[in-house]
Every structure is written in C-alpha cells, then in structure tokens.
Design a binder for this molecule. Structure first.
Ligand code: SF4
Length: 443
C-alpha cells in the first residue's frame, strides 16, 4: 500500500497514527513523501484551536483540488467535532474519531482496495521508521478529566485512562529493540498517569521503571517527558528524575497566564506564585535543564494589567523557551460564552511581545551550550553533515571534517559532540564520539 500521511497537532496524534500503521501489513507498506505518489491518504486531525480546524480544511481542499481521485481517511479529534461535514467531502472515504487505530487500519486497507491484513510482526523496522522518525513517541495515557474552561480536548478524547505499567514497559522495550535511542513519553494529561489504575500508580513509578530498563539495554536509550502540569511535579517524580540521568533534562510546564484572576477563570488549579515555586524548584534541582512553558494570550478578562502580570512572571522565571497560543473560543467549552475578550490588535501585540521574549530566552539557552559536550540524537542528513537534538533539546548541526566521517550508519544513534559555534537557531559541532548513554554532566 502506498500511503501518504499527514499528522496535524500534538504528539498523541502522531502516536495514534503510528498505531494505525502498525495494523497494516508492514512488509507491503510504503509511506510516500508526496500525495501524488500515493494510492491512499491518511489525515490525522486536530481541533484544539480555530487555526487547527483551518489547517484540516486546507489540507483536505488541496488534496481534493490536486488529486480528486485519491481516497482519504480522516482520523483524530476533528472527526468528533466536524464529522458530518468531513464525511460529505467527495474524496473522504471514512471519518474516525481518536482512539481506534484498528478501525483506521481497516479503513485504509478498504480505501486502497486491499484485503485488511494484519500487521506483519516480522517487520522489525516499525512504523516510526516508515515515517522517517528516529524518536519514538510512546502514548501511555489518553483523555483528560481536568476541564479547563478553554479546552475542547476532554470533549473529543473523553476521560482519563492510562496504559498499564507492564504494557508500557513492553512497548518501550519493543521500540528500543527497533533501534530507537530516544523514547518520548506522552499523553493528553501525562502527569496524571496511573491514578485510575488498580492499584493506583504514579508517573514517578512509570518513569523510574522505563528509564531503568532502557538504561540497562545495550545500546541504552534515553527517555523524554512531554508536558506535565505544574502541580504534578511531585517530590517523588523529582527524586526519580535526579537519579535517572537517561531522562532528558528538558521539562515543559504549562503556565497559560501570570494573572491569578485569569488563571481562576481558566479553571487552572494554581496561582502565579505557586507556578513560580514549581519552576524555581525544578531549576534548583536541575540547574542546566531546558525549562519551557505554554502561554495562552487573549483569554476573556485579560486586560493590560493581566498581560503585564504574565510578562512579569515570565521575566522573573528561569524559563528557557515559550510556546505562545492565541485564545480561540471552542464550541461547547465554558470559555466560549465568557464576556471580556480583548481587542484583536491588543492580542496581536501581546503575542508579539511574548514571542520576542521567548526568542531571547531561547538564544541565551543555546549560547549557554557553547563549548560544552552534548549527547546528540542524530535524526537526519543535512547536506554533508547531520543534525538532531541534544538531551536538552538543543538543535545541533554536526559538520563533517576534523577526521570524523559522517556516514549514514550514524543516523538514529546517540553521539557525544562538542558545540563550537552558534548560527541562527542551531549549535554547530564538529567532532564526535559514540555516546554510551546519558550521563550526569552531559548536556
Ligand atoms: S489539563 Fe486542561 S488544557 Fe490540558 S487537556 Fe486537560 S482540560 Fe485541556
């Protein structure tokens, strides 16, 4: 089956798409780069903002315009909120919500007129390799029961549920066996992993178990955590991170606003000073970690004073990067009916200020990596060189020369490199040795 695939939105969506691919016959699957080469297309959709909805429409319209005969299977979150309209499009063969990869695989086989054959377990390459991904995303949790006022995710993905510890461990080891030297743990509400399992478990136990097992393999793999809510950075979790150096020192803590009134209206369970305390604690324990946050601009009730409070909290924080989102009212969320939305012009200028702040912090963080040793996951070729991300998520471009041959056999591996130069948005490194595993002291 020649398949073109586009996954919009978050890492959970990517993990869902990969699970669907694993329901196909791996020995006959060919993931192609361009829709024109495909016999079927899979569009994994996102609906978290107006812009995400627009991206789905844009992708479908351009397929319909350029390749009207190409059958498309639509999966993911927009299938829940916009299913009827999507089903009516002439090139769409099936519309399936999140969480049913088997149905997606069946729909793809049917659309490509193939017998719905099961995946070939002997195909050792794995679905991430089909997608050209070196980093494996492991979904250990889905759904959310928190109910933030602006968020549509609980409606489309349902309540929280966790993958069991044994299953998550087996899956992590399987990915490592497929050659992935980095496993990214992800979920919609990752910090609450295990709370509804019997017996109840904690994210700290999961990280400890997975990181321990992956460190003992040869070659060892590292673990990266995706976003964890502020109140879920427990003492137990911090202690596990401190004794597991193969957990990447890269921590993302959503903030959303620095104004207490706005945080309350959003239904976020912390205030600005509690948030600052969590970040301060992380920085103290992990002085060189990459610390990042999400900020939501333009929530109803955000005036100039609230915007200033956000910028002040950020300026006083030890954050190294920022993801800035603009509020958009999602259907059937509490925030959709709230009064007091700021003027679009004010929202734009607040976003720009935050983006400029984020760029400046990120540049400073990159500069702090100069002259230091980094553990680099080599992800792709870049001209004569190679590039990838360090343990701390710094982008690094490895240049040829100085006696180091940069052959394709290095792709997907971990290398120890020294950063010598900063160019635009990436560090440049020029020599390397193979890294064994993440060790304390490496960045
Ligand atoms: S924690 Fe809040 S923002 Fe995150 S998925 Fe749940 S409801 Fe949405």
């Amino acid at each position: 089956m020649r398949l073109w695939i586009k996954s919009l939105g978050c890492k959970v969506n990517l993990a869902d798409a990969v699970q669907a691919l694993e329901g196909l016959d791996g020995s006959r699957l060919q993931v192609v780069d361009r829709p024109a080469q495909a016999e079927v297309a899979l569009l994994h959709t996102c609906t978290v903002t107006h812009k995400a909805d627009r991206d789905v429409r844009k992708a479908l319209n351009s397929l319909l315009r350029d390749l009207p005969g190409l059958p498309v299977v639509v999966a993911g979150c927009a299938a829940v909120t916009d299913g009827e309209r999507l089903r009516a499009l002439p090139n769409v063969r099936a519309v399936l919500g999140p969480g049913d990869p088997t149905a997606v695989a069946r729909a793809l086989s049917a659309a490509a007129h193939e017998a719905g054959e099961p995946g070939d377990p002997s195909c050792a390459r794995g679905a991430f390799a089909h997608l050209g991904r070196r980093r494996a995303v492991l979904k250990v949790q889905d759904g959310c029961s928190a109910g933030c006022a602006y968020c549509i995710v609980p409606r489309v993905r349902g309540p929280e549920r966790s993958v069991g510890l044994a299953e998550a461990l087996a899956e992590a080891l399987r990915r490592a066996g497929q050659g992935h030297r980095e496993i990214v743990l992800t979920g919609i509400h990752l910090g609450r992993w295990g709370r509804e399992l019997t017996p109840r478990r904690t994210l700290a136990e999961l990280v400890d178990t997975l990181a321990g097992a992956l460190a003992q393999r040869s070659p060892a793999s590292r673990v990266r955590l995706s976003s964890i809510e502020p109140l879920e950075w427990t003492e137990e979790l911090m202690a596990v991170l401190a004794r597991r150096p193969n957990v990447c020192r890269h921590f993302h803590v959503p903030m959303q606003s620095g104004a207490d009134g706005v945080l309350r209206a959003m239904g976020r369970p912390y205030d600005a000073s509690r948030y600052a305390g969590v970040l301060g604690g992380l920085r103290q324990r992990f002085p060189d970690a990459a610390l990042g946050a999400d900020v939501l601009v333009g929530f109803p009730g955000e005036g100039e004073a609230e915007a200033r409070a956000t910028l002040e909290l950020l300026t006083a924080s030890p954050l190294d990067y920022l993801h800035v989102f603009t509020f958009s009212a999602r259907p059937e969320t509490r925030a959709a009916g709230l009064p007091g939305r700021p003027e679009p012009r004010a929202v734009r200028s607040r976003s720009e200020a935050l983006l400029a702040f984020g760029r400046q912090r990120w540049q400073a963080f990159l500069r702090a990596g100069l002259g230091r040793s980094h553990e680099l996951l080599v992800e792709e070729r870049c001209g004569e060189g190679l590039r990838g991300r360090s343990q701390h998520y710094r982008p690094i471009h490895l240049l040829p020369g100085a006696g180091a041959a940069l052959g394709d056999e290095l792709l997907g591996g971990l290398l120890e490199v020294t950063a010598l130069e900063l160019q635009a948005n990436a560090l440049r490194a020029s020599w390397c040795v193979r890294a064994q595993a993440s060790r304390p002291g490496e960045v």
